[in-house]
Design a protein around this ligand. Structure first.
Ligand code: NAI
Length: 218
């Protein structure tokens, strides 16, 4: 497949394609046209074709897309054709909720360890994974081939913990702490802010109400 720079906007749409294609595949659908995908996903067919063209197209004129092939290829682009070993740092509300969510494993994200600085939590089990002290982290990362870390600790603690993770050779940080981390370029950070999504929801409610009010006033 042709290698070229793909925009982050396209990359950010791939997980959604992957999810829908997975559902089609599981439901026994063998092929799908860009128009059918467009109807299901509420994205224009031309956007879908444009996105897939970034990767050499995948489709055949008059046939559409082979669902299983497309699912597999997009999975490969997303790096889901291999498993990732993760640790969670911060065994509080959010860390526990993530550790308890079993579906990440179906996608190849395996939670191997959970660490916290609070001795009261050591030995507590979350789905068979014991909370360990931070002092164990370095050896654990090396022994268990850990490539990703989830940061669910207060923002004031995140920078120094991220520095340790980089030093231990972690390649990706899924950062829930509300702070921008500065890491070397061979380490990837994905920031998650659930409140951004909530604010977008609030905006859309507002916008809908404003639009409708405008119509009622006419
Ligand atoms: P929590 O207080 O329940 O858990 C935080 C855990 O981190 C505690 O167990 C604490 O002992 C541990 N901790 C603190 N300093 C540490 C350190 N230096 N090393 C290791 N462990 C340490 O808090 P909660 O609700 O789980 O939230 C965790 C973080 O995630 C907070 O910073 C919060 O603001 C953030 N958050 C972010 C969201 C997002 O969408 N990005 C959503 C919800 C929370």
């Amino acid at each position: 497949m042709e290698e070229k720079e793909i925009s982050q906007a396209v990359i950010s749409r791939l997980p959604r394609y992957f999810r829908y294609l997975g559902e089609l595949k599981d439901g026994g659908t063998e092929r799908v046209s860009s128009q059918e995908l467009s109807d299901i996903m509420k994205v224009t067919a031309s956007q879908i074709r444009q996105d897939f063209n970034n990767f050499g197209g995948f489709g055949q004129q008059g046939y559409g897309y082979n669902v299983e092939f497309l699912y597999y290829e997009i999975g490969k682009i997303l790096g889901l054709n291999k498993t990732h070993n993760l640790i969670i740092i911060g065994a509080g509300n959010l860390g526990q909720a993530l550790a308890n969510y079993v579906n990440f494993e179906r996608r190849g994200f395996l939670f191997k360890g959970i660490f916290d600085s609070n001795p009261a939590l050591y030995g507590n089990k979350i789905r068979d994974i014991e909370v360990q002290p931070m002092e164990n982290m370095e050896i654990f990362v090396k022994d268990n081939d850990i490539d990703m870390a989830v940061l669910t600790i207060p923002k004031g603690e995140a920078t120094k913990v991220a520095e340790l993770l980089v030093e231990y050779g972690i390649k990706g940080i899924w950062n829930f702490a509300h702070v921008d981390l500065s890491v070397p370029e061979d380490v990837q950070v994905e920031n998650v802010h659930l409140s951004d999504s909530l604010m977008k929801l609030s905006y859309n409610i507002n916008r809908f109400e404003m639009d409708n009010k405008g119509q009622q006033d006419i």
